[in-house]
Design a protein around this ligand. Structure first.
Ligand code: NOJ
Length: 561
């Protein structure tokens, strides 16, 4: 029997930006509980809650200082219990974010670890300065590794004269998973949440937990003489062992818990090795490959190149084929780390915003795997449109800007790249209605509300049967109703076509055909390369179908047999 989550659609909530119940300008747990009708109307099965734990908020909660408490900004443990109960009462499940590659530097484990004589010293990755260098001076870092948030991945601690490793910010020290006590503490904490009623975990950057020892310099390939060499930190030698142990100790498979591992730079073969049923590791992974498709040579995020549709199709198809027999795909175009897909891959002009948001949804939701809807995606929310660096909050964006402009970068193109790719594009407040602050808060929102909320909002979308929201609702319903959507075989058609994204899904004698125009101009349906459309039924479309042609951003799902 297929696991339950093969039929599920997940909705991601970034609590800071979803709904504020107390007027402090930051979303919170009671705010989520108050908006569950929205999720029931959409028809999703699972909520993935981005971190709401106690945190100094250096990285908006991905720096946790207490794994078993809720940050007062978001509410209390009782509020979390109320959220679990309310979701369960509606037949939905709750998946927590699990951030255990690193903690906050304010976590008591790390505070203790600063003391060289503490048993917790070995819970983190401490190293002396490079031989022959004065500790704390430039270049004395133990290795030349760069952090994902710019600058060196080592931070000097003058008290002990040593450095600790932080692959993200200096306030996010990496845990030492080689130490069994660390692993046991993580398993205990996860069991504690399962006992409390949570239904699974989204595992943050989980393929970084096993490092390759000894830690050595990598080839210099980043700014400032730094090395970004995935082979030194990604998919390390003990990763399978650590994941299998975690699965067994927490009962991921035994209790049929949901699990998705966020895996940086994972390829399809590695993904299969983590998600095959007999691997007993995780249910599915988040790949980044399709999120780098509009990055320049070398995969640098800020080096933006236009989307080449055949490359995206080729990539998604490789993952569909690669995990067809063994393993399972997660399907996403957005999350809290990505810009809005309608602005990135679609056309967010007033003329085509709705059609392109719907067509991106059709294309993604008819693939095989578990689809994720990121809050606001179901409304076709757009990028923020910020024009000055002061408008941004995200440390990744602000640090990149500071570093690149300090080394002589021209601010205008830097701001252009950030406006296109910044994580803050996905973090502006949820647009509930046309009122000031979009119904998100009665206070001052922590990040500016996007001005288009007067048109793009949940109240308007629910009232309009032709809205992006109702299209998502219909797609989710199709997945729930049709076995062929859940388990049909995928086949890509017209791989080289630069405007059309077409594929079939086949199960027994049932065949669905998806045709989608990914362009802002009409496109004739080609005479060859597609099955005959004579007399076939459109199951769901974005427009009133015209024979022989697709309107700009039109998509159709046909039932062929
Ligand atoms: C991935 C998370 O999705 C991102 O938001 C965070 O900054 C990093 N991991 C570090 O935890």
């Amino acid at each position: 029997m297929a696991p339950w989550w093969h039929s599920a659609v997940v909705y991601q909530i970034y609590p800071r930006s979803f709904a504020d119940s107390d007027g402090d300008g930051v979303g919170d747990l009671p705010g989520i509980v108050a908006h569950l009708d929205h999720l029931s109307a959409l028809g999703v099965d699972v909520v993935w809650l981005s971190p709401a734990y106690r945190s100094p908020m250096d990285d908006n909660g991905y720096d946790i200082s207490d794994y078993t408490d809720i940050d007062p900004l978001f509410g209390t443990l009782a509020d979390l219990d109320a959220l679990i109960a309310a979701l369960h009462a509606r037949g939905m499940k709750l998946v927590m974010d699990l951030v255990v590659n690193h903690t906050s530097d304010e976590h008591p484990w790390f505070v203790e670890s600063r003391d060289v004589s503490s048993p917790k010293r070995d819970w983190y990755i401490w190293r002396p300065a490079r031989a022959g260098h004065e500790p704390g001076t430039p270049g004395a870092e133990p290795t030349n590794w760069g952090s994902f948030f710019s600058g060196p991945a080592w931070h000097f601690d003058p008290a002990s004269g040593q450095y600790y490793l932080h692959l993200f910010s200096a306030k996010q020290p990496d845990l030492n998973w080689e130490n069994p006590a660390v692993r046991h503490a993580v398993h205990d904490m996860m069991r504690w949440w399962v006992e409390r009623g949570v239904d699974g975990f989204r595992m943050d950057v989980i393929n970084l937990i096993s490092k390759t020892y000894p830690l050595v310099d990598g080839p210099v390939n980043g700014p400032g003489g730094l090395s970004y060499d995935p082979s030194l930190v990604v998919e390390g030698p003990r990763l399978h062992e650590f994941l299998r142990e975690l699965n067994r100790e927490v009962g991921i498979d035994d209790r049929e818990l949901f699990s998705v591992g966020e895996m940086i730079l994972v390829d399809v073969e590695q993904a299969r090795s983590h998600t095959a049923a007999d691997a007993h590791e995780v249910g599915m992974v988040f790949t980044f490959e399709h999120m780098s498709i509009d990055s320049g040579p070398g995969g640098l995020k800020w080096d933006v190149v236009p989307l080449h549709l055949p490359a995206l199709k080729d990539n998604l198809a490789r993952w569909q084929y690669g995990l067809a027999e063994e393993g399972w795909n997660s399907l996403y175009f957005e999350n809290h780390d990505q810009p809005r897909s309608v602005s990135r891959f679609g056309d967010d002009s007033p003329e085509f915003r709705v059609a392109s948001a719907k067509t991106l949804a059709t294309t993604l939701h008819l693939l095989k795997g578990t689809p994720y809807v990121y809050q606001g995606q179901e409304l076709g929310m757009t990028n923020a449109g910020f024009t000055t660096i002061e408008q941004y909050n995200d440390l990744e964006s602000t640090r990149f800007f500071a570093e690149a402009s300090a080394s002589g970068g021209d601010p205008a193109p830097l701001l252009g790249a950030i406006a296109f790719k910044s994580r803050d594009n996905g973090r502006t407040p949820m647009q509930w209605d046309a009122s000031p602050n979009a119904g998100f808060t009665t206070g001052k929102p922590w990040l500016a509300v996007t001005p288009n909320h007067v048109e793009v909002n949940a109240a308007a979308a629910l009232a309009d049967p032709g809205s992006v929201f109702h299209h998502y609702r219909a797609l989710i319903e199709l997945r729930h109703e049709l076995e062929v959507v859940r388990h049909g075989r995928f086949e890509l058609l017209l791989p080289e076509d630069e405007h059309l994204f077409c594929y079939t899904r086949t199960l027994g004698d049932e065949v669905l055909l998806v045709v989608a125009n990914w362009s802002s101009a009409p496109v004739p349906l080609p005479g060859s390369g597609l099955p005959s459309l004579d007399g076939v039924q459109v199951l769901l479309g974005t427009h009133d179908a015209t024979a022989g042609e697709l309107a700009p951003w039109e998509s159709r799902i046909y039932r062929l047999a």
